[in-house]
Each structure stands twice: as C-alpha cells, then as structure tokens.
Design a binder for this molecule. Structure first.
Ligand code: GTP
Ligand code: MG
Length: 376
C-alpha cells in the first residue's frame, strides 16, 4: 500500500480525474453578485459564524473571504460532525485553536451542539452586548454546509427564550447546493436586538487544484452535474483504496458469506432513493433492513476487489483498473441491471448517496496540517 500512499501524497487529483471531463465551471453566475453582497454586509457584522464542512475543514474554506474574516470577531463552526470521523475531529479543533481561531464542531440539527456554539458566540460578543442596541451576526460559508439549517436551529433556541410577535419564518434547507439565493435576517434577541443573517453559499471563482474541487464535490458543495457523478465516484473509490478502508471491512465479508444470498436478493425491491434526506416518512423496518443489506454488499464488494487485486498499486493505471473492477462489483452489489444504459451513472449516484448519508462510515477527507511547535 506504500505506493498508494505516495500517490495520495502527490494528490489523488493528479490521477487523471480531469481527463476527458472538459473544463469545470466551479463558479456559477449568481455567485459573483452574492459574493459582492456578502462582502458589503460583512463590514457591518459584529460577529461572523463561518460554517465549514467537518469532512473538509480546509477545503470548505472560502479563501477569498478569509482576509475580510480575519479582521472580524469570528467563530469557525465545523458542521456535519455526525458525518466526520470523531477520532480525528478533536485534532482539527486543536489545529484551528493553535492558529488562534475560535472553533467548535457541531451538528446543526442537534440543539445541544448549537447551544455550545451560541455560548461561544455570546462570549465573543460580551462587551458589545452591554454597549450596543443592535447587533448583527452573519453566517457565511460555501454551499450546502448547513448554514440555513444552523440558522433555523439558532432561531428555534431563540424563540424558546423570548416571545415573538411576528409570524415565525424559516430558512429553506435542502440537500442540494445553491438553495439560499438571497441574504435574509432573523431576529434572535431583543435588548439588545440581535439579528442573524443567512447568506447564499459562495465558492471562489477558481478552485486552486482539482483535488480540492473533487473534495467539495464529494461533500456536496458543488452540483454533481458540474463535475459529473462518475468522476466523483471514481475519486471516492481512489480515496477508499488509498486509505485501505475496504480492508477493514473484512468482518462484514465473513458475515456476508454466512448469510444466504438468495434471501438478500429476493426480498426487497425498494429504491435507494429512500436514503435521501428529503423522505418525510420515517423508514420502516423493511427499508432499514434493505439499506443495511445494500451497505453490507457494497462494503463486501470493495473488500473482495481490493484484497484480491494483484496489480501494482503504485502504478496509476493499475489503480484505475482496480477502480474499473470495483465499478462492476458495485453495479452488482447495488442491484443495477446490466443492460441499464445509464448504469454507470446510476452506480455512481447510489454509491455517492451511501457516502453522503454516512452509511459507509464517518470520514474526514482533508489532512490536519502539521503545526510548528512554538518554543516559549
Ligand atoms: N448529517 C447532517 N446533515 C446536515 C447538517 N446540517 C445540515 N445538514 C443537511 O445538509 C443539507 C444542506 O443544508 P442547508 O442548511 O440547506 O445548507 P446551506 O449551507 O444553507 O446551503 P446553501 O443555501 O445551498 O448555501 C441539508 O440536507 C441539511 O439537512 C448536519 O449537521 N449533519
Ligand atoms: Mg442555505
């Protein structure tokens, strides 16, 4: 696996994911105007909550806004911590703290975790709360990191603290990037009046390297159509193989053999769409069992293909051949008919859904930078 590590170090993005894919336009038209509007409002903000995705704490930073943010009271909220590896999460918080940034890892859907963020925000605004009649808190970040979900949770907590006359409004939350199009304010306290601003997710015009772009795409911060589902799925497979993750799924392989395969194939005919968060009804037992089976088969397929692969994994072409084999194995595991003309896209979409809903386990795609020890 040493070769894979070398490829990993060099950057998986160099592996040819960009070939044949055409030019990627990371920056849709509306983002330029939104970035200008955010910059203008930032001048007035008393506190900025910069939301990042816990799975990509560095890649989900908007570098163009950083110079403005460093001059402000700022808290970095690493959201979606439920999808990130908890064993590494604290290292990231320590890293940001060592860079003198206030940082907290959160799950925007969990009240207790949002409360922790609010406590930190209150602490940072302490002096201003005493002096100013009105305060402005801005929530910024790249698309789909959970800014609006966080605003709704903050608003909910605020409403339980002080009564409101106006009809409660909610920020629109959605699984795809680009949901929020305009800046809008929510009152979360009076005396002093505190407003929190939801903003559209904005990326920088040029992503510095393809790998950062692929990580953003894998985390769902970029529309799938911009990069292409297949390319994102290939990248995910490269990441999993390079970390030897499928080899840790050995126990599942053994369990799988013990179970009757026919039983798995016959019973369930639901779509993996049930995994998508938009589903309102809670899944029934049969759905849950079906998803568990699919996950196990997918993990088993990747385990077998990686452990049986005898090619030279130091060679990029060999690694690509392995990924090709894994695509075929995934097609079977995901029960996609061979003849389906869109089979590869379907495989990619379902595989990505499994990753994005945390079914393949928690991951952090960025590496914690090595911090230099400061001698006293
Ligand atoms: N698992 C998990 N999902 C989350 C969390 N926070 C938000 N989400 C989901 O992430 C998706 C995006 O959330 P939004 O709040 O719409 O993200 P946003 O940053 O406002 O996105 P844009 O408006 O497009 O910039 C939704 O499906 C949310 O339910 C979290 O902490 N954990
Ligand atoms: Mg939003």
């Amino acid at each position: 696996m040493g070769g894979l590590r070398r490829i990993m170090k060099k950057g998986l993005g160099d592996m040819g994911f960009n070939k044949g894919g055409g030019i990627i336009n990371w920056f849709p038209g509306h983002m330029a105007a939104a970035t200008r509007a955010i910059r203008d409002r930032l001048k007035l903000a008393d506190l900025v909550i910069e939301v990042r995705d816990s799975r990509i704490p560095l890649s989900s930073a908007n570098e163009d806004l950083q110079s403005l943010l460093t001059g402000k009271r700022r808290v970095i909220a690493l959201n979606k911590k439920d999808l990130a590896n908890p064993n590494i999460m604290h290292k990231w918080v320590n890293y940001f703290e060592s860079c003198n940034h206030d940082c907290v890892s959160i799950n925007a859907h969990s009240k207790s975790s949002v409360m922790k963020l609010l406590e930190l925000a209150e602490l940072k605004l302490k002096e201003k709360i005493i002096r100013e009649p009105t305060l402005l808190v801005m929530v910024v970040g790249v698309p789909n990191v959970g800014k609006s979900a966080l605003i709704n949770s903050i608003h909910q907590i605020a409403l339980s603290r002080f009564p409101v006359q106006e009809k409660t409004k909610r920020a629109t939350v959605g699984p795809l990037p680009g949901v929020t199009q305009d800046i809008s304010g929510y009152k979360i306290a009076h005396q002093p009046s505190i407003y929190v601003l939801d903003t559209p997710g904005v990326l920088i015009p040029r992503i510095p390297d393809i790998e950062t772009g692929l990580k953003l795409a894998l985390a769902g911060c970029v529309k799938d159509s911009v990069v292409g589902e297949e390319r994102i799925a290939q990248y995910l497979l490269a990441v999993l193989n390079s970390r030897s993750t499928p080899l840790h799924w050995k126990h599942l392989n053994t369990r799988m053999i013990e179970r009757s395969k026919d039983e798995l194939e016959e019973k369930h005919k639901f779509s993996l769409k049930d995994l998508l968060p938009k589903k309102k009804k809670p899944p029934n037992t049969s759905d849950v069992r079906y998803i568990e089976d699919i996950v196990m088969e997918v993990q088993c397929a990747l385990h077998v293909t990686l452990s049986e692969f005898d090619g030279d994994l130091e060679d990029e072409n060999n690694l690509e051949s392995l990924i090709e084999l894994q695509f075929e194995a995934l097609q079977k595991a995901l029960r996609i008919p061979h003849k389906a003309s869109e089979a590869r896209t379907m495989v990619s979409k379902k595989f990505l859904t499994l990753f994005r809903t945390g079914k393949l386990g928690p991951f952090i795609l960025d590496d914690v930078p090595e911090t230099q020890h400061i001698t006293p």
